[in-house]
Ligand binder design. Structure first.
Ligand SMILES: [Zn+2]
Length: 235
């Protein structure tokens, strides 16, 4: 969806926001436990399903519509169910996802790259979708992880209220801490619907965030290999 379709779009993309976020060195990184939204250790008390549905009815009334009309009768139920799916990351623990790592007996030491992972998240400022692609790479230091686990790690963080910068660093840090690789690289290229469907109404503007840790930061050749492998030499 983010292919360069025209010169105009290309220029837009060239101007896309580029952010490189500095993260703490390995030993000071702690994976934040997911916020368990329940009346447990966090002390956050979770409203009941009925209360959540009632909140949706309040919003419908605030819009100027009637929650009691036929077409809207089951909407609160559907919205709460949809939210359950969209925000399932709150009940998942990324360190558990990455718990099973494997000793790499043949000493594979090149880059492992999972590219073009469909990303669906929700911006925490407007609760509107963030849609795009993620590219996740690491260079193993003796241990590897099932490749689907990289995508699942991304999902765990994406299925929460997010900002793209935080999402990018959370994914990189989780892999870095669990796998202790020689390096991790995460690039996210996404469109924020709060920018395209409201506010400034700028379609086609992609936001790019990038985190490079360890050897991806230090080794220019490796970094270039990674960038050209994801087809993003201009980032
Ligand atoms: Zn937003």
């Amino acid at each position: 969806m983010l292919k360069l379709k025209s010169r105009k779009l290309y220029v837009f993309r060239q101007r896309a926001i580029k952010k490189e976020i500095n993260v703490a060195p390995d030993d000071s990184i702690k994976i934040k436990r997911p916020r368990i939204v329940s009346s447990g250790s966090t002390g956050v008390s979770r409203p009941s399903r009925e209360e959540a549905e009632s909140a949706v009815r309040t919003l419908i009334r605030w819009l100027g519509d009637t929650p009691e009309r036929e077409g809207l009768l089951d909407t609160p139920k559907r919205v709460v169910k949809a939210y359950e799916e969209m925000f399932r990351g709150y009940s998942e623990d990324p360190s558990e996802v990455l718990q099973r790592t494997f000793e790499e007996s043949d000493n594979y030491s090149d880059m492992v790259l999972l590219r073009n992972i469909r990303l669906e998240s929700v911006c925490e400022h407007h609760m509107l979708p963030i849609i795009g692609k993620a590219h996740i790479a690491y260079v193993p230091d003796g241990r590897v992880v099932g490749i689907s686990k990289l995508a699942r790690t991304m999902e765990t963080f994406a299925k929460r209220l997010q900002i793209q910068e935080k999402l990018t660093s959370e994914i990189a840090n989780a892999i870095n801490v669990s796998l202790k690789p020689k390096g991790v690289a995460v690039v996210i290229d996404a469109v924020h619907e709060c920018m395209t469907t409201r506010g400034v109404h700028k379609s086609g503007v992609g936001m790019v965030t990038k985190i490079l840790l360890g050897c991806f930061k230090d080794d220019t050749q490796l970094r270039n290999d990674f960038m050209s492998s994801i087809g993003k030499n201009h980032y």
